[in-house]
Design a protein around this ligand. Structure first.
Ligand code: EPZ
Length: 417
């Protein structure tokens, strides 16, 4: 069982460059199925989730070449409409292949993506939107069989600005007859990156990044080259690594605009942050201020994917902080692990109350999900003594060599196989 071992107490200094965004490349890989064209993708992060999506595309018959952070996909030889159940279970966000497959072939069979560590993860909004576009969807024996003789553009009002549902509907609508309008769409930057990739491939989409996205159906896609946007959550995680250790690091290859909610909260916690368009200098304070209330919200609110990392920081703040997790049902599993390290946290449903303690102590802890695992490593950087984090495959789903990045900034950290 692989684990990360970190000895706390080192201030992080130096600079780090951020890799491509997991939550941008995954929908773009799904979208590469639509066009029977060639996609050349750069700044592709080396992550477990990307490898799972690559395996799924290969199982559909696509040709793929991958070298370092570059990926070339030829989706002309698509020969299968059945998404392998084992791979869907490994990565539930593969459900956005439904929209792409309906746009390409008009049919797809995919297993119901199980819930995951952070909640039941329903897909009702995905299915409702695809049905409104004309798909017939039969769910039986844990599988979804979706068919659409013809997809017709229509006006869709999302009950909740779901990222995945917005993406699934966008992908299906790219080749629907007529125009589709998605209202109350998710506004995440990753959806703008998906729009940019699709428009370069010949789609006609506008409004991504706002609550109203308009997709005019087209018949044909062309070959496309795309450079994946940087990962704002990986960037935010390194920002907190600097603040929690009282360090001073420069984070490069980022879009500062995407990080405004995180910058605001870290300034509230007392850190000094200098920014220019695509890099930040983050200086950790001697004493970390508690934060009265952090509420996770859809973008541009404070991101739920930064909630666990922020909780780790607040465990050693001066005073009591409150976190309200409004996006996912069960995303506090890291709290019990932080308590093993001496944190004082009480959770009440979707609300956590964190009473700052003088210092954390190293302990053996377990990663329960991707961002919770990263939060435990952050806590270990600041804890007195040695922390061992196991189940690190969760972390490897979303962080490319996280321990090497932290080591390059001076952390006393290693991965043990
Ligand atoms: C995407 O998940 C991200 N994953 C998540 O990142 C991120 O936390 C989430 O968006 C919110 O920003 C990818 O992009 C691959 P949602 P997604 O649909 O699309 C409910 C990470 O750590 N909902 O916006 O699954 C749902 O249960 C991951 O990188 C419905 O009720 O998020 C949840 O409570 C974790 N019905 C809320 O909406 C639906 O049909 C937000 O889900 C769809 C969603």
């Amino acid at each position: 069982m692989k684990k990360i071992v970190v000895e706390g107490g080192k201030k992080l200094t130096g600079e780090i460059s951020i890799s491509g965004a997991k939550n941008a490349i995954l929908p773009i890989l799904a979208a590469s199925v639509i066009g029977a064209n060639e996609s050349t993708l750069f700044n592709v992060p080396n992550l477990l989730d990307v490898t799972v999506m690559e395996k799924i595309l290969l199982s559909l018959g696509l040709n793929i070449k991958r070298m370092d952070n570059m990926m070339w996909i030829d989706s002309k030889p698509l020969s299968n409409i059945n998404i392998p159940e084992k791979l869907v279970r490994e990565m539930r966000s593969s459900i956005i292949l439904m929209g792409a497959m309906l746009a390409r072939t008009g049919e797809v069979i995919i297993s119901y993506p199980g819930g995951c560590e952070i909640g039941p993860r329903p897909i009702d909004l995905h299915l409702k939107g695809l049905k409104e576009l004309g798909a017939e969807i039969v769910e039986s024996h844990g599988f979804i069989h979706a068919k659409a003789k013809e997809l017709k553009g229509c006006e869709i009002q999302l009950d909740y600005p779901s990222v995945g549902a917005t993406e699934n509907i966008m992908l299906a609508a790219t080749k629907a007859k007529g125009t589709t309008v998605i209202r109350n769409a998710a506004r995440e930057p990753e959806i703008v990156d998906l729009q940019n990739y699709l428009n370069k491939a010949g789609a006609k989409i506008s409004g991504a990044g706002t609550s109203v996205i308009i997709i005019e159906g087209v018949d044909k896609f062309i070959d496309v080259t795309h450079n994946t946007m940087p990962d704002r959550i990986v960037a935010g995680t390194y920002m907190i690594a600097s603040v929690i250790t009282g360090g001073e690091i420069v984070i490069k290859n980022i879009v500062v605009e995407h990080l405004q909610a995180i910058i605001a909260k870290l300034k509230e916690a007392g850190s000094i942050i200098y920014d220019d368009k695509n890099s930040l200098k983050v200086i950790g304070p001697k004493k970390i201020n508690s934060i009265e209330m952090i509420q996770t919200l859809p973008y541009p609110g404070f991101p739920t994917d930064m909630q666990a990392q922020m909780m780790a920081l607040l465990t050693i703040a001066n005073g009591t902080s409150i976190i309200s997790e409004t996006v996912f049902e069960n995303r506090f599993k890291h709290a019990e692990e932080l308590i093993r390290m001496g944190a004082n946290i009480k959770t009440f449903g979707r609300v956590a109350v964190i009473k700052g303690v003088k210092e954390l102590t190293g302990a053996k802890v377990t990663a329960k999900d991707l961002r919770g695992g990263a939060a435990l490593i952050l806590a270990g950087l600041a804890a007195k003594g040695v922390t061992e984090v196991d189940n690190i495959y969760h972390i490897e789903r979303g962080y490319e060599n996280f321990h090497l990045g932290l080591e390059s900034l001076g952390a006393n950290i290693k991965k043990i196989d």
